[in-house]
Structure formats: C-alpha cells, structure tokens
Design a protein around this ligand. Structure first.
Ligand code: UTP
Length: 298
C-alpha cells in the first residue's frame, strides 16, 4: 500500500469520550452522566451517535468511567419495556426505539480509569480502534446542521484529501482565548489545508476565528503520540498537542461547519440546545414558541 493510500483508508469506527466528570454541570451530573441529560427528548449522547450513523460509521466505541453505566444501558435493548409497548400496540414508540438502537456487536465500551484528560480518554480506545483511521466525536458538542451532518460532510472532505480532518466553525473574539483555533491555508474541494493549530491562544496571537468544534477524523498514528505525551494545559493529556505533533508527519485539513453547535457541557449551551431543537420540531415548535413568548412578556 502506498503512503498516500494508507492515509485514505475507510473510516469505520467512531470514538465517543464520555468519561469526564462534568464538574461544570453539578449537581445534575453527580449521579447522571451529563451525556444522558436530554435535549428535548433524546440524551445528548444520542445526537452524536446519530450523526456518526448518518456518516456511515459502523462501530461505536465509548470511553466511559465509573457512574456512567446508564450510557451502556441506553444503547442496549430493554425487553420489558418493548414487551409492554408491544402489548399496548404502541408501534410508533417501538419504531422510534428501534431507529436509535445500534445493531448487536456494533458497540464497544472501555473505561478510562481516571479522568486524566480528553487525550488520555482517546488513547484508552487504542486497542478497540486498532490500526485504522477513526472518527472522534465529543458528545457534549451537539450539532444542528442545515442539511448534512457535520461528520458526513467531513467524510466528503476525507474522500478527496485523506489524512486528518478537523471540523471548525467561526467563533467570537470573546470565545477565542478558551478554544482550539486553526490557521487556514489553501482550499481543497469542500475543505482547506490547516497550517497550524493552537490551543487557547491570546486574542492577539490567534491565527483566525475558526475554532475546533469537537469533530475529528484521525489517523491511528495519533495513539503513539498520545501515549508519549506530557500533560499539557490543566494537567491533562491534550488532543490538540498530539495533533500538532502529528501535523509534522501528516496532512491536516479543515471543514468549516456552517450549522450551529451547542456546548451542552455548559448550562447556557445546554439550555440553548433545548430551545433551538424544540423550536425547530413540528411536534414541539409551536407550543414552545408560545411558552417562550409568554415567559418574555413576564
Ligand atoms: P470536557 O472538559 O468538556 O468535559 O471534555 P469534563 O471534564 O467532563 O467537563 P468539566 O470541565 O468537568 O465540566 C470534553 C469531552 O471529553 C470527555 C468528556 O466526557 C467530554 O465528552 N473527557 C474529558 C473524558 O472522557 N475524559 C477526561 O478525562 C476528560
């Protein structure tokens, strides 16, 4: 296999790091994983899984931790519930559950034994992912796309370029110092070359206003870089640091997502996601609009 083809192998697996403590969402996240909090009527984690499914992902790898069993249960069958629904003739509800159910053998769960950072969580998936490129989705980041999902659009870029892909979107000056920011280069199809990336830059050092928004396609060489990495900002193993090293050996491309991303690890992002998704749905839109209008009238 030529070096070029090696970097264009199909993306079959997606990694979902869900081992974080969710301290910014206490007390809600004390015994309920923050990824199981609901946006309208679906847990946060289901949005990322559905996005991955739309992009053609075949195997879903969850890096969980203690107190996160509800996530594994959510993706299993619930025979008593299904029997009861069937007995009551609730076929619509049964179809809905089936739609969100991964096939047997298509999920894997491993535990990050201590919350040593996102980079360490990704590294914990190394044996399950093996020697193939994979998608990485941070489930906290719930994305509302205008048509095609963010990861599906990244796959389009990958099919043209291969290598590593990072989704980005425009952010405000106020938010730049708390985000990962990329320096965009030459255009490639629906994407562009990434010249540099920098974690949490001071505003004057930021190379653009394009922030890394929580969706990646990475080559497996990232794992050995994560393994040998010192801890970075906040005493945690950072993915951006390892990606910067990998960028010395392989190409990175960007895809600019034009939908909306809600950081559901933050109270305001979580509330915004609920409002936007609820307003957008036929079943909840009209009534929620009325509730908001009434509330604003005071
Ligand atoms: P965050 O930093 O947003 O999550 O990590 P957190 O650590 O749970 O949040 P706070 O700061 O305490 O409120 C982004 C993603 O990485 C996962 C989180 O679960 C989240 O999906 N993560 C983070 C891990 O899996 N392990 C870690 O050690 C850290």
């Amino acid at each position: 296999m030529s070096a070029h083809n090696h970097l264009k192998r199909p993306i079959r697996k997606a990694v979902f790091p869900v081992a974080g403590l969710g301290t910014r969402f206490l007390p809600a996240s004390k015994s309920v994983p923050k990824e199981m909090l609901t946006v309208v009527d679906m847990p946060v984690i289901q949005y990322a899984v559905n996005e991955a499914k739309e992009a053609g992902i075949e195997h879903f790898v969850f890096v969980t931790g203690r107190n996160k069993n509800a996530i594994e249960d959510h993706f299993d069958l619930q025979p008593e519930l299904q029997d009861t629904l069937a007995g009551r003739g609730k076929t619509e509800m049964l179809d809905l559950l089936a739609k969100h159910q991964p096939e047997a053998g298509r999920t894997s769960f491993t535990r990050q034994q201590a919350p040593l950072g996102l980079g360490h969580a990704v590294w914990c998936a190394r044996d399950i992912v093996g020697d193939e490129p994979f998608a990485l989705l941070l489930p906290d980041m719930v994305m509302k796309s205008n048509n095609r999902g963010c990861l599906a659009s990244m796959m389009d870029v990958y099919n043209e370029t291969g290598g590593n892909i990072i989704a980005v979107e425009q952010t405000t000056e106020e938010d730049i110092p708390s985000k990962g920011i990329v320096a965009p280069g030459e255009k490639f199809g629906t994407g562009f070359k990434i010249e540099a990336m920098v974690e949490k830059p001071a505003l004057e050092d930021a190379p653009s206003n394009l922030m890394i928004n929580g969706r990646y396609i990475l080559q497996p060489e990232i794992f050995s870089l994560l393994e040998n990495q010192e801890t970075g900002a906040g005493g945690e193993v950072q993915v951006t640091d390892a990606m910067e090293k990998l960028a010395g050996q392989q190409d990175f491309y960007g895809y600019e997502f034009t939908g909306q991303t809600f950081d559901c690890g933050l109270k305001e992002g979580f509330i915004a996601a609920n409002i936007h998704f609820a307003l957008d749905r036929d079943d909840t839109g009209p009534v929620v609009r009325k509730i908001i209008e009434d509330a604003l009238k005071g």
